[in-house]
Design a protein around this ligand. Structure first.
Ligand code: F6R
Length: 241
């Protein structure tokens, strides 16, 4: 894992945007793997500024979100469909129809997961943007997830539900399950950029980069991928040796 520790979160956003823009410059119809959450927001807003200024064109790019809560209506403001529309599709002027999000409201979730996996396999992902959970999860692959996993329904850990409770009226409103790309799915991406901001991520980042490759820290599987760039701010990178 190539590691870049930068002074501020704004620097992290710029550097992550550079990575993504470089891929799109080479391949205008690139497939972007899209994380939600706070970590990639700086990158997305930097890209949006470049699109606005006419320096970058994402109109031919496509996308796949990493995950989606189970049981939220796609129109719910907290669904990842809504988050992706608000933070990616609209500001980056991408076509909504080619930016896919798993269907967490499907009647048959297993079938929806299989279909999403097939679509991902068919199109491939040129660059996958990832955040990391304070417990080392990527996507919603919680500790204990097998490295070969594919898109599937998972139960969220208590830690993850607590971490994400800030977006909901109360903890009881945080969904208990999600559809997520698996670790095996994520590992098929051609390039990966992992973004980490804040002291809260320092232990997870250190385990991911310097620890053993272990299901106890799902992000540690990234050590086995040939093209991963970790971009951290000083706080998140503070415990790296
Ligand atoms: C989001 C996702 C999660 C987040 C992680 C970090 O689609 O899959 O793995 O990337 O929970 O969240 P933030 O960035 O909000 O700290």
């Amino acid at each position: 894992i190539r590691t870049l520790v930068l002074p501020t979160p704004a620097d992290v956003g710029e550097a992550a945007a550079d990575e993504i823009a470089a891929v799109v410059a080479e391949r205008p119809d690139a497939v972007l793997g899209l994380a939600t959450g706070d970590s990639p927001l700086g990158a997305y807003s930097t890209l949006a500024d470049r699109v606005q200024r006419g320096e970058l064109d994402l109109s031919r790019a496509r996308g796949f979100a990493l995950d989606e809560y189970v049981g939220l209506d796609p129109a719910d403001p907290q669904s990842y469909r809504s988050v992706i529309d608000r933070t990616v599709t609209t500001p980056l002027r991408m076509r909504r129809a080619v930016v896919r999000v798993p269907d967490g409201a499907a009647a048959d979730l297993a079938a929806a997961a299989d279909e999403y996996e097939r679509a991902l396999e068919e199109s491939g992902v040129d660059i996958q943007v990832l955040g990391i959970g304070s417990n080392g999860h990527i996507g919603f692959n919680e500790p204990g997830s097998a490295f070969g996993t594919r898109t599937r329904v998972v139960e969220l850990s208590e830690r993850t539900r607590l971490d994400n409770a800030r977006f909901f009226p109360s903890l009881a409103d945080v969904p208990t399950h999600a559809l997520t790309q698996g670790l095996g799915t994520i590992m098929r991406a051609r390039r990966i950029v992992l973004v980490a901001i804040g002291e809260r991520k320092a232990d997870a980042i250190t385990a991911a980069v310097e620890g053993p490759i272990s299901v106890d820290c799902p992000a540690s599987v990234l050590q086995a991928h040939p093209h991963v760039l970790l971009i951290a701010d000083e706080a998140a990178g503070s415990r790296l040796t």
